[in-house]
Design a protein around this ligand. Structure first.
Ligand code: CP
Length: 380
């Protein structure tokens, strides 16, 4: 049984509780590479003589909080995250390694850090979302930012206001970070060029969904220990998938071999120009794959019929129980969600031992904390 102090805290916990965030911030400061954005503009004398931080960082009782983290040194200078196409492999790895640090924070009793205290984040979702919106909101809370949620139907977009005017009004209210999901490809880039605030792309049309690809990369690296040299099959509606595009850019940059699989109408050979292989025969690809990432059919973006029907799609490209037997035993089964059970993936396979679908969701929180932390520190 855990012994309690007179105050009711667990042993050795009362001092940490009473000293509160100040102690935890000191531990954050003790991490190599930690950037305290509030101190970047402080006078030089203040930067040199932070006795309280040193005192707390040295205190042995806080060492448990300041677990060693491999935290790479890099000058991050992007205020926006618009896509993985423009990121270098080093930048992608830097985000993933920053996410490692935040994943550790998520295992602590107190899961909150003050990195974005005083910053305001607006979560502006013009298209529906469960995972992305929720995890950006939770990530911002964990970084101590103030969060406002806005949707198309509850904003003045519904009354004819333009996206640019809406965003400029949000900035006039001192929003520091705008997380935007929009049905139009390029909408986050459009705002990123016009706003001082950071703009984070939470999915724009069929263009990019960078944080989804980052969490997919993070999950592959976590489960397989590497990305380079792995064979990743992305199966489904590639043509209309922003998840596929961001995954292709990220996986190719990090040295994975990528095969796109699906009907010829949804996986044209044009994609080979991005440095990937294209196949229209899933049964040939599954036995060789180290990772299979299933995508749903994006009916909301399709303007015509691209295949005869869902049952035919499932028969030819669905990861059925029978087909799953073709996979290597250590092949990861991934899906960005939302899943259409019984269409692109059998329900039992989605919930089976090889599935890492819910791990992807969990990792999304750490990855989005990393992105907000890095870009949010650059916004002016
Ligand atoms: N994967 C993904 O973007 O899910 P949501 O649409 O629920 O955010």
């Amino acid at each position: 049984m855990t012994s309690l102090t007179r105050c009711g805290y667990r042993k050795n916990e009362s001092a940490r509780e009473h000293s509160g965030e100040r102690a935890r911030l000191a531990c954050w400061r003790s991490w190599p590479g930690f950037v305290d954005f509030r101190k970047q503009n402080a006078p030089a004398s203040k930067k040199l003589h932070d006795h309280s931080a040193q005192k707390f960082a040295k205190a042995g009782r806080f060492r448990q909080q300041a677990r060693p983290v491999r935290y790479p040194t890099m000058n991050w200078n992007r205020k926006d995250l618009l896509g993985l196409r423009e990121l270098s492999a080093d930048e992608i790895n830097f985000i993933l390694e920053t996410a490692d640090a935040f994943k550790q924070v998520g295992t602590r009793e107190i899961k909150k850090v003050p990195a974005l205290r005083g910053k305001t984040l607006v979560n502006f979702f013009v298209e529906p979302s469960t995972r992305t919106r929720t995890s950006f909101e939770l990530a911002a809370f964990r970084l101590s930012a103030d969060v406002i949620n806005l949707s198309a139907s509850t904003s003045s977009l519904a009354k004819g206001e333009t996206l640019k005017d809406t965003a400029r009004n949000l900035e006039a209210l001192h929003a520091d970070i705008l997380v935007l999901r929009h049905s139009s490809a390029g909408a986050p880039q459009f705002l990123g060029q016009r706003l001082k605030a950071s703009v984070i792309n939470a999915g724009d049309g069929a263009h990019e969904h960078p944080t989804q690809a980052l969490l997919d990369l993070y999950t592959i690296r976590e489960k397989r220990g590497k990305i380079a040299g792995l064979h990743v099959a992305i199966v489904g509606d590639i043509l209309f998938s922003r998840v596929a595009r961001s995954n292709i850019f990220g996986l190719v940059k990090l040295g994975a071999r990528v095969t796109l699989v699906g009907p010829i109408t949804l996986v044209p050979r044009e994609f080979e120009k991005l440095g990937v292989a294209v196949s229209h025969k899933i049964d040939n690809v599954l036995p060789e794959a180290d990772v299979v990432n299933l995508l749903r059919i994006q009916h909301e973006r399709q303007r015509k019929e691209y295949f005869p029907g869902l049952s035919e799609y499932t028969a030819l490209f669905g990861l059925t129980k029978e087909r799953a037997k073709l996979l290597k035993p250590d092949c990861l089964i991934m899906h960005p969600g939302p899943i259409n059970r019984g269409v692109e993936i059998d329900s039992e396979v989605a919930d089976g031992a090889q599935s890492v679908i819910l791990d992807q969701v969990t990792n999304g929180l750490a990855v989005r904390m990393a992105v907000l932390y890095l870009c949010g520190g650059i916004s002016t």
